[in-house]
Write a protein that binds this ligand. Structure first.
Ligand code: UDP
Length: 313
């Protein structure tokens, strides 16, 4: 298949590009490198079936030849980006999704949207099934990301209904692994880097808030399974084992035999208190379940995190 992946030089996009390229597909990556990096795709670059285009998908996209899939994975996604990149985030979720859908329509291609557990906001239903509408503050600091993805889902479903495009929506829960940016700021990346350098581990709030962490290979496996079934409603892909942020900090300290202490800092506004995916849909429809525990995934990622932690000193 000939597959276009927006954001294919990012953390998740680059793993997806690699897996689909290895499976024998032709991959075209479009990325403006605002949070992605050429290093993430350097090992793919001289492959005959791989093309990189430096372009902002919030602007009109033009591609020669046929496409089988347009997969829209472009977007800054870390809470540390929400203030600095507020407008690019809103644009790539709205204008970028519109452009990517328009391209899929022109090419008669299938369309795949990377959405997020953030559409559930600070959830009042736990764990979160896809049928839950969410609890999002549209004007809070996270609103720029949450609402752009909610809009992206809405326009994807509208194109599906009006233009009969075969669409997929994956709601991605907290994911970690190699190729996260050194300054990504998300909790696994931050804690592991801090622990490796024996620096204080920065727990926001009292650390009782929860998340459920999946290793990136599990996510990419779920995405590829979604490409094989014709199901247009959203599907949660995430690891349903839930940890408090305090538990994560303790696990990282123990695993790395680190001398780090814990430093408690203020909780950011609208930080979700609990998050855990209900993955009934994924297990039933895709026969998918995560293979890596948090600890296994951390072990897989350690070499990478060590490399970025050391280069930051
Ligand atoms: N967090 C933390 N210390 C950090 C970074 C994050 O305690 O250095 C907390 C954050 O407040 C949130 C959780 O870890 O409750 C997950 O944050 P992250 O930025 O990884 O992603 P989120 O799930 O909030 O989008």
């Amino acid at each position: 298949m000939r597959i276009l992946i927006t954001g294919g030089a990012g953390f998740i996009g680059s793993h997806l590009s690699e897996k689909l390229l290895k499976a024998g597909n032709e991959i075209i990556v479009i990325d403006n490198l605002v949070t992605g990096s050429l290093e993430n795709i350097a090992h793919l670059d001289n492959h005959p079936n791989f093309t990189f285009i430096n372009h902002n998908v919030s602007e009109y996209i033009s591609i020669d030849g046929d496409l089988d899939w347009v997969m829209h994975f472009a977007s800054p996604a870390s809470p540390v980006d929400f203030e600095k990149l507020a407008i690019p985030i809103l644009k790539v979720g709205s204008l970028g999704t519109h452009n990517a859908l328009g391209l899929a329509r022109e090419k008669n291609a299938k369309f795949f949207l990377a959405s997020t557990s953030e559409v559930y906001g600070d959830p009042e239903v736990h764990p979160q099934p896809e049928t839950y509408f969410g609890n999002v503050n549209p004007i809070g600091p996270r609103g720029v990301y949450d609402e752009s993805k909610r809009f992206a889902e809405a326009i994807t479903m509208a194109y599906h209904h009006k233009h009969k495009i075969d669409t997929r929506i994956v709601r991605i829960f907290n994911t970690f692994g190699p190729r996260m940016r050194a300054d990504d700021g998300r909790v696994v990346c931050s804690f592991v880097s801090q622990a490796l350098l024996n620096k204080p581990i920065t727990v926001f709030g009292d650390g009782s808030q929860t998340r459920s962490f999946q290793y990136v290979d599990d996510l990419v496996d779920g995405i590829c399974k979604m490409m094989e079934v014709e199901f247009n409603q959203p599907i949660n892909i995430g690891n349903p084992v839930e940890f408090t942020i305090n538990q994560l900090a303790q696990m990282v300290i123990k695993l790395l035999d680190s001398k780090s202490t814990i430093e408690y800092l203020p909780l950011p506004q609208d930080d979700p208190k609990r998050r855990r995916p209900d993955i009934t849909r994924a297990t039933t429809l895709l026969n998918w379940a995560p293979k890596y525990s948090l600890e296994d995934g951390l072990k897989q990622s350690l070499d990478y995190f060590r490399q970025i932690a050391l280069s930051s000193t």
